[in-house]
Design a binder for this molecule. Structure first.
Ligand SMILES: Cc1cc2nc3c(=O)[nH]c(=O)nc-3n(C[C@H](O)[C@H](O)[C@H](O)COP(=O)(O)OP(=O)(O)OC[C@H]3O[C@@H](n4cnc5c(N)ncnc54)[C@H](O)[C@@H]3O)c2cc1C
Length: 420
């Protein structure tokens, strides 16, 4: 019997498999797709480096020549550009001034192979249809191979099925986000003008003139650039345009974006991503944990997704190791993982919420001597085990000031997002 069955074969699953194998825990990864498969989520944050290093995967990232990402840059409508460099705040345990942009088809298969090299057993093209419970504990999965269904027993189950949220759906734990309902249209292009030599390999974010609207520019390699338009789903619905017309409409709405895209040629079909703003009421239960997007996902504005996938695998694997040491597979054993992850993702969430509440506040803060480094620390992904985050309090205070001052310059930029 397998010790652990992991559902999914994305970064969360591969990181989990790697951590468990390193701890001597036998694990089986079941992935519905056949890799390499394309996936959205191509820009990392620097905190991921710690986990990649711990897993011995940094060498692979370097060997495969993934683009180095040294910072991030925001483009307002008036042509102003606001850039941050990760090196401005050297992070403990990170040891390099950059993170990576990735072709996810390539990253994900490399991570899977890495997990396999450490001991994970991997089956691709195998879709899990259900988690099986016995006496209230997850004790196996039902999987489909072609037309055949088989039941596979194990001591515990990890759901890393991404936005499929297999177990969350089965246990009816999924709650759509009360504020966000984001929607993205994206594709790869060649001949995008990425900007100056200094910031050309940064992620670039272009503001768009709609509620929670922005466009990403992510270099995949020397030639290919990923471009994606993100806004409220209602914006897409109300536009009544096909993906291409919708995409072009918003490219035309920011002069810096028009400039970047003036010679661009599309290389693949537009892809749409919707219904991705949700959380699960619980990330753990008897004999099971949910990690990565299978637990929670809100909005990709700060490129937090893969980092959360990696850290959730790391923290959950620590509790799984303890479960195998003690024989206790109860929800209580896994609860500290949930608490730790929630603490971190709640900080991301609050940061995202305040960002959207008042866009100019963000650019104001990253230019301010007082707040720049603290905002940068969040952008680097330093969100775990933090009792308080004073810069978020300062953002809230600033927003209140704007709300209470009818003549404030930023007042017209306040969105309708609630802030406590
Ligand atoms: C528009 C958009 C932009 C984004 N941009 C970024 C970004 O720039 N940077 C970033 O870090 N993150 C970004 N993300 C988030 C990122 O895509 C995810 O957070 C990340 O992929 C999560 O990894 P995961 O392993 O949890 O899930 P996934 O990578 O989705 O992997 C889940 C895997 O499970 C498999 N699976 C699903 N159901 C089953 C089943 N029943 N049985 C077996 N296997 C199954 C799937 O085939 C898939 O391979 C973005 C997301 C969106 C929507």
């Amino acid at each position: 019997m397998n010790d652990v069955i992991i559902i999914g074969g994305g970064p969360a699953a591969s990181a989990m498999g790697s951590f468990l194998s390193k701890a001597g825990i036998k694990n089986l990864i079941l992935e519905a797709a056949n890799h390499p498969r394309q996936h959205v989520g191509e820009s990392m944050v620097t905190s991921s480096t710690r986990v990649f290093r711990e897993l011995g995967f940094l060498e692979t990232l370097e060997r495969e020549g993934f683009v180095h990402k040294y910072g991030a840059s925001w483009h307002a409508f008036n042509g102003q550009e606001f850039a941050i460099w990760f090196k401005e705040f050297p992070q403990e345990g990170v040891g390099q001034e950059y993170t990576y942009h990735v072709d996810r088809a390539k990253l994900d298969i490399l991570m899977l192979k890495h997990a396999e090299s450490l001991g994970s057993e991997i089956y691709q093209g195998v879709r899990v249809s259900e988690v099986l419970f016995e006496d209230g504990y997850a004790r196996g999965v039902r999987a489909k191979i072609g037309r055949t269904e088989i039941d596979l027993p194990c001591k515990m189950v990890v759901d890393a099925s991404g936005r499929t949220t297999l177990l969350g759906n089965q246990l009816k734990l999924k709650v759509n986000d009360p504020i966000f309902d984001q929607f993205a249209v994206h594709a790869w292009f060649k001949d995008v003008d990425r900007g100056t030599q200094e910031t050309g390999d940064f992620i670039h974010i272009y503001f768009l003139p709609v509620e929670r609207g922005w466009c990403w520019q992510i270099p995949i390699n020397d030639e290919i650039t990923s471009m994606g338009i993100v806004a409220e789903k209602a914006v897409f619905k109300e536009a009544r345009l096909d993906a291409e017309a919708y995409f072009n409409k918003y490219v035309e709405s920011n002069p810096a974006l028009i400039h970047a895209m003036r010679n661009a040629k599309r290389l693949n079909d537009y892809k749409k991503e919707g219904d991705y703003s949700y959380s699960l009421r619980k990330f753990v239960g008897n004999g099971h944990v949910m990690i990565g997007d299978a637990a929670r996902f809100v909005d990709p504005i700060f490129s937090s997704g893969v980092s959360i996938a990696l850290y959730s695998a790391k923290y959950a694997s620590e509790r799984i190791r303890m479960a195998f040491e003690t024989g206790d597979f109860s929800e209580a054993m896994f609860q500290p993982y949930e608490d730790k992850l929630r603490g971190g993702v709640n900080i991301w969430y609050e940061f995202i919420r305040l960002y959207y509440k008042l866009l100019p506040l963000f650019t104001h803060f990253i230019q301010s001597k007082e707040h720049r480094i603290e905002v940068l620390r969040l952008l680097q992904g330093e969100v775990y085990d933090r009792a308080d985050v004073p810069v978020l309090d300062a953002m809230r205070k600033y927003i209140r000031k704007v709300e209470e001052s009818p003549d404030h310059l930023f007042r017209k930029h306040l969105s309708n997002i609630p802030v406590d």
